[in-house]
Design a protein around this ligand. Structure first.
Ligand SMILES: NC(=O)c1ccc[n+]([C@@H]2O[C@H](COP(=O)([O-])OP(=O)(O)OC[C@H]3O[C@@H](n4cnc5c(N)ncnc54)[C@H](OP(=O)(O)O)[C@@H]3O)[C@@H](O)[C@H]2O)c1
Length: 275
């Protein structure tokens, strides 16, 4: 990590926090600048012994110690957790607030924590758990360039980061990248089932599907060609791939994806009203 050092506290020691903190420490961020809180002690003991970070069962204690507070609890708990922090940590509004919770928009955090907070919302996705995440980030106007650089650098430890312009765009990123792994798993599972129907056992079918997905993703990442052109490169006119693609195109795969993304964006917007 190249960003200037700050003390950073994570409220909630769940899967995401463990991945992000692990990524930061592996990237060279000093563990003694990282604080983690959680109500039950088991996760704290594990993260402390594995990564050497400070831990506490008291959210206010870690938030008080830090310059940056990352809210990493489930959305239904967010209001209570923030309101307790506001009561117990008078300086909370001076700290950079970062939230990874899906769905909750910035104005809600201002209601919970104060009108003047600097806030950055991050939408990571599940592959962050294996260091291959795609995190979307959006900052409010009060967060400055060094705030943005610090958080980008922290989330680079679990994959790639992409700034978006506003929270509507974050909803779209959530629908594509947040929900995307589920779409890819669904598609991969359908290819696996097809191979099984034609006689392969599940293990062999899975191996051929997962390795093909990995290879295609690597090619897409490493090539400057458009995805359409990469597709054309493996599609000889009149060949077997062309025949298979005709079936997908006959079902209008572009329209299916557009409908799926629109449905997920709509749900993201509905969820913004829930918490
Ligand atoms: N996982 C993903 O792929 C993903 C992707 C995008 C966004 N997110 C967001 O990231 C956030 C965390 O997700 P996660 O997957 O890491 O969830 P998780 O594994 O369930 O972690 C949540 C943690 O919060 C702790 N917690 C509960 N009450 C608390 C309190 N009052 N104060 C402090 N900590 C408390 C829980 O502790 P106990 O278990 O001890 O109760 C748990 O360790 C959620 O808001 C989620 O929407 C997750």
């Amino acid at each position: 990590m190249t960003a200037k050092l700050r003390k950073i506290a994570f409220i909630g020691a769940g899967n995401m926090t463990q991945s992000i903190v692990g990524g930061m420490v592996r990237s060279g961020y000093p563990a003694d600048h990282i604080y983690v809180s959680n109500p039950s002690p088991g996760k704290l003991e594990a993260i402390s012994s594995q990564l050497g970070v400070h831990t506490s069962q008291d959210n206010a204690e870690v938030a008080t110690a830090a310059d940056v507070v990352v809210l990493a609890v489930k959305p239904p708990l967010m209001a209570d957790v923030c309101e307790a922090l506001r009561k117990a940590v008078p300086a909370i509004s001076d700290k950079l607030i970062v939230t990874i919770a899906a769905g909750i928009r910035m104005p809600k955090y201002r209601t919970y924590l104060g009108d003047d907070i600097r806030i950055i919302r991050v939408m990571p996705n599940t592959p962050s758990l294996v260091g291959k995440g795609m995190s979307g980030l959006v900052a409010d106007d009060r967060a400055d360039e060094s705030d943005r650089e610090f958080i980008r650098s922290a989330f680079d430890g679990v994959g790639a980061t992409l700034w978006v312009n506003n929270e509507d765009e974050l909803d779209i990123l959530g629908a594509v990248a947040g929900s995307g792994p589920a779409y890819f798993f669904e598609f991969m599972a359908s290819l696996q089932k097809a191979a099984v129907v034609l006689g392969f056992d599940r293990d062999k079918a899975r191996q051929m599907v997962q390795q093909t997905a990995l290879g295609a993703a690597e090619m897409a990442i490493n090539s400057e060609l458009e995805l359409e052109d990469l597709r054309k490169q493996v599609t000889s006119k009149g060949g077997s791939t062309a025949k298979g693609l005709e079936v997908y195109q006959g079902a209008d795969i572009n329209d299916i994806s557009e409908q799926a993304i629109k449905a997920a964006v709509k749900r993201n917007q509905e969820m913004a009203d829930l918490f």
